[in-house]
Design a protein around this ligand. Structure first.
Ligand code: LMR
Length: 438
């Protein structure tokens, strides 16, 4: 999916003294922030924010609060909320912790406000947002937190910001991993896989160490399938099933194009699968998709359009959008992250399914094991999913699936050093490209 920029230094747990002093100077000018070394064995540094006593006008008093809670919060969110005491909140569910990386980026800028509004988890679900940024984006991260403060969202009970994934992922039930480095001019794709792979290896380790054992992880930063694989391989204590690579944007794009061609509104398109990689080899499956409950091929009787124009349009939609916007998709990506979460926390409508990039081991379609591959899933709404059984294949579909599978296997060989499988060997196929690369 589209990426928010993240400095590679983000993954480091040591900062040089020069970095510290420039960062300290910068932050000293910001009234709410202070530095403190982390009180734990790992030699790292956290940046934490709180309201200075003289800035608090009429707080709901923070009583008997432990130092840890106090130092991890941001601004107004440092004031306690006694959920039990407030009449309005009596019917609310237990607070959930949501981590968002790349939190100062464009995608997050749309997503965070949807999360905080209740649009995603519901009007009775209070949330804590734990924002992960980079050293370079830290001021912007503060800006984001300030905007969240100013929005007065009733359900948003806590916000904290940090550059340390071990801090941010503490006890999180959801981790939305958006931050990744975009491919720069002259950068080989293998280089991108390596740089981002290191970020996701580190984040996998951090999730493994401190997140809820049942955390659901949605990887958005590109190349998202392989980043998700790296992440889950570095988090052996978390079920591999809990990791997703976001291909929901591709599903939405495919539904839109089919609706357009058939002359119907897009809610009439169902059973849309994206197979494989979030790249230009992805396979939007028009064989199993339906329009108004009928197979697409009975409604759109134009095989050539389906195989060529439609398929390519979906595969390269991200690139066309970059040309128009001058940057990667952000709003539609955030909408698709919301869709992906809601698909896991609400029961899938009878007979329908959704696409997600998930771990292939045990899949019923004969896809190679031990990669992350987009496939059709259904959920009971409990955060978990199962594979759809009743899908059909023809030669065209199988041939395309094999191609995207080969690409993912090649990406996996390229990151062998990051998933505990020895020395990396990169032999990426020619057509290995993100949707945004033309
Ligand atoms: C998208 O699908 O819009 C993005 O993943 C494009 C890209 O390559 O950043």
């Amino acid at each position: 999916m589209a990426v928010a920029e993240l400095s590679p230094s983000f993954t480091k747990t040591h900062l040089h003294s020069s970095q510290l002093s420039s960062l300290s100077t910068r932050l000293a000018n910001f009234r709410r922030c202070a530095f403190r070394p982390l009180p734990r064995a790992r030699n790292s540094l956290t940046i934490s924010c709180s309201v200075a006593p003289n800035q608090v006008q009429a707080p709901v008093a923070v009583q008997n609060e432990g130092p840890k809670t106090k130092t991890e919060c941001f601004g107004v969110f440092c004031l306690t909320y006694d959920l039990k005491a407030e009449e309005e909140t009596k019917t609310w569910k237990k607070l959930i912790n949501i981590a968002v990386s790349g939190a100062a980026g464009m995608i997050s800028n749309h997503l965070l406000f949807k999360l905080a509004s209740g649009e995603v988890f519901g009007p009775d679900q209070p949330i804590a947002l734990k924002l992960l940024g980079s050293e370079r984006s830290f001021q912007a991260l503060e800006g984001v937190a300030m905007e969240l403060e100013d929005s007065l969202f009733p359900l948003l009970r806590e916000v904290s910001i940090s550059i340390d994934p071990y801090e941010v992922f503490q006890d999180v039930e959801w981790a939305l991993l958006i931050g990744a480095k975009p491919r720069g001019p002259g950068m080989e794709r293998a280089g991108l896989l390596d740089i981002n792979g290191q970020i996701f290896a580190e984040q996998g380790k951090a999730l493994n160490a401190v997140a809820s054992r049942n955390v659901k992880v949605i990887v958005v930063g590109n190349p998202c399938n392989t980043n998700a694989l790296i992440c889950l391989k570095n988090a052996p204590n978390i079920p591999a099933k809990n990791f997703h690579a976001l291909t929901r944007l591709d599903e939405n794009r495919a539904k839109c194009q089919l609706a357009l061609k058939a002359g119907v509104f897009y809610d009439k398109v169902s059973n849309m699968t994206i197979w494989g990689n979030h790249s230009t080899t992805q396979v939007p499956d028009f064989l199993n998709a339906r329009i108004n409950g009928f197979p697409v091929k009975e409604v759109i009787r134009d095989q050539k359009w389906l195989e060529e124009e439609f398929t390519e349009k979906v595969q390269k939609r991200g690139g066309v959008l970059i040309k128009k916007w001058g940057r990667s998709s952000a709003a539609s990506t955030s909408v698709s992250i919301v869709d992906a979460i809601r698909s896991l926390i609400t029961p899938t409508p009878e007979g329908d399914w959704f696409s997600s990039g998930v771990y292939t081991t045990g899949n019923p379609y004969g896809i190679a094991e031990d990669i992350v591959f987009s496939m059709p899933c259904r959920s009971k709404g409990d955060g978990d999913y199962e594979f759809v059984k009743d899908v059909i294949f023809d030669d065209y579909l199988l041939e395309r699936i094999t191609r995207t599978e080969a690409e993912l296997l090649a990406e996996k060989r390229c990151v062998a050093h990051l998933i505990g499988e020895g020395i990396a060997f990169c032999d990426l196929p020619e057509d290995t490209m993100l949707p945004g690369e033309m």
